[in-house]
Design a protein around this ligand. Sequence first.
Ligand SMILES: [Fe+2]
Length: 438
Amino acid sequence: MKDSRGVPVSSDNPRSLAIYETALKALNTYRGDPVAIIDEALAADPDFAMGHVLRASVLVTMWERSVVPKVAACVARLDDLGNRGNDRERRHAHALGRWAAGDWDGMRGELDRLLMEHPRDLLALQIGHLADFFHGDRDNLRGRVARALPAWSREDPGYGFLLGMHAFGLEECGGYFAAEEMGRHAIELEPDDCWAQHALAHVMEMQARQAEGMAFMESRQSHWAQKDNGFAFHNWWHTALYNLDRGRADRALEIYDRSIRPEPAEIQLMMLDAVALLWRMHLQGIAVGSRWDELAATYEKSGEDGFYAFNDMHAMMAYVATGRAKAAAKLLKAAEAAVSERGTNAMMTREVGLPILRALDAFGHERYRETADLLMPIRYRAHVFGGSHAQRDIVHRTLIEAALRSGDRALARALSNERVSLKPHCPFGWRLHTNANA
Ligand SMILES: [Fe+2]
């Protein structure tokens, strides 16, 4: 059989394939629980290879240690199926196996090759796209989708989602005009594409169009902030950022309580957005009540230390903000050990993760000059541990604040000059600039 985009599937069970399409659509729109959906197919048809592939792929998008055994179990099941799966499915299994073994770069390369043969494999495109994001690989965020686009046409199911992904890659590469055009086209075709909405949110963030961004997000809530939308917390985070940078911290905290951190979820992606808002406030001396304590406590029991450098950075921020010296020391030790392990995170931690953890630890001990010295050499290389420009801005903000607090006026002035030159419409940048020139 073939899926609705003509991609060959080894199954001969139409019901399994129909459920696969439903689960994939749930993943495309980040709505509901694609794993629960596909499990229904797997319960009746345990040899459904693409079911196992989709299940594992969705788990991978969480990018945390807790899902590794479940991904590995799917890979083992796919290995058992052997030649009953087709070549594309075995490639998927191989990519997933690499991820489970910590070779994230290998996984991306494998998906690249798969997509060269099967550019209409929407699952491979979306998982590859997200994997590129977790590597901060802006070129491949754009390139992977661009390579596949000519094999698609407007009538194909899911074409709009492809444009939404392309919009984000264009944005991360600094092509804001093209990204906006692509993103708006995407939501025209798929109004509930919250990833395209997100790409547009990034464009407005990078161009400091905060007032417009706030209105844009609020006015389209019915398309991206539905109750069952698993990505809404992040789009709310962007909305909170606009508010914060316009000096509306109260509104940002309201959004935090209602939509970013309404409950103490133990999901790294959700935790890091919560930290990323509170740390920006911490740098500005804005009181946030007891919000940090819950977050830091959740990190402490998470068992994720040393798995992914980008997550580690946010855990450290929670420890520093709450003065948890023991937890910070334990995290540093785990990251130091991670450097000598095999896999992609070793490189990420060595190149940027560890210097950032040390810089944050120094910040917590008010050794601000040390923070600045550690961050200066890596601030333009931080993309190797993943995230977006908007997310990694937290590194630049921390550096400028450290320069200000250490009394290094020349550095603070230079960095705030750079900031207002590149983002002249951002009120927060000008507040920093005023402080640096006081
Ligand atoms: Fe984002």
